[in-house]
Design a protein around this ligand. Structure first.
Ligand code: APR
Length: 237
């Protein structure tokens, strides 16, 4: 028996494209991070084992950059939806721009740059703000601290929680993701037939079934969609 759709629940699933206009590079666009760094050298458990200092430097650089960036109009328009809807943000992003824009229900599935954890206990997580992590920085259990980030090959965080929210959402807005990474990309399929479903990006390889694709910048398109939804109107026509 499927749970009922909650007309008052909005789920917003975001990727790097929602933060691009804040100055944070995406991963796979022309100037994307993975065109300048090797995933194998900085974003896998093997990289951490081989050269933890290089991995720490990579994420220290990301953290400093994020500290200098501000939420953009898309983050703010998403937070504004909370005035009328139970708004759940599910983000692949490790930045804290949704929180800084005022969203108070943010589910990170790939981790958070402002947190660190023991390299041997995923539950031993500490908030570090925008401070660097250096070799020799240890958690309470005496183990080296590592970024609380999901590396390639590691298990995604909060997946079941995210899936349950998609199953009951009355409106689903997907912003700024190439849908290249699984299992998060599969979440879109959990949204229900009767829900209003929109995807916003600069480009898209394959439009997910049942979703209206709106090509454009997040700061422009998300603001438009947020206004329509706040006026109680559809945005997918
Ligand atoms: N407005 C809207 N969409 C944008 C903008 C913008 N200003 N700029 C870029 N985009 C879109 C691109 O069209 C693309 O679809 O954002 C998407 C960026 O895709 P990726 O770089 O692949 O980022 P993302 O989908 O978040 O990657 C998913 O991959 O490397 C891992 O863990 C990492 O969480 C990340 C995951």
């Amino acid at each position: 028996m499927k749970p009922p759709i909650d007309k008052n629940k909005v789920v917003v699933l975001t990727g790097a494209g929602v933060s691009a206009e804040s100055g944070i590079p995406t991963f796979r666009d022309a100037d994307g991070l993975w065109n300048n760094y090797s995933i194998q050298q900085v974003a896998t458990p093997g990289a951490w084992k081989a050269n933890p200092e290089l991995v720490l430097d990579f994420y220290n650089e990301r953290r400093r950059q994020i500290a200098d960036c501000a939420p953009n109009k898309a983050h703010i328009a998403i937070a504004k939806l909370q005035e009328k809807y139970n708004t759940i943000v599910i983000t692949q992003n490790i930045d804290d721009l949704h929180e800084r824009a005022g969203s108070n229900q943010v589910i990170h599935v790939h981790g958070e740059i402002t947190k660190a954890r023991s390299e041997s206990d995923i539950k031993d997580v500490v908030s570090i703000g925008y401070k660097d992590i250096n070799l020799g920085d240890c958690s309470a259990d005496g183990q080296q601290l590592r970024p609380h980030i999901v590396w390639f090959g590691e298990t995604v965080l909060n997946y079941n929680l995210a899936r349950e929210h998609l199953k009951t959402a009355g409106k689903v807005l997907v912003v700024g993701t190439s849908l290249s990474v699984f299992p998060v990309a599969n979440l879109l399929k959990k949204a229900r037939y009767g829900a209003e479903k929109i995807i916003v990006a600069l480009d898209i390889e394959k439009r997910p079934y049942g979703y209206r694709f709106i090509r454009g910048k997040a700061t422009e398109m998300v603001s438009y969609i947020s206004c329509r939804w706040l006026e109680g109107m559809r945005a997918d026509e």
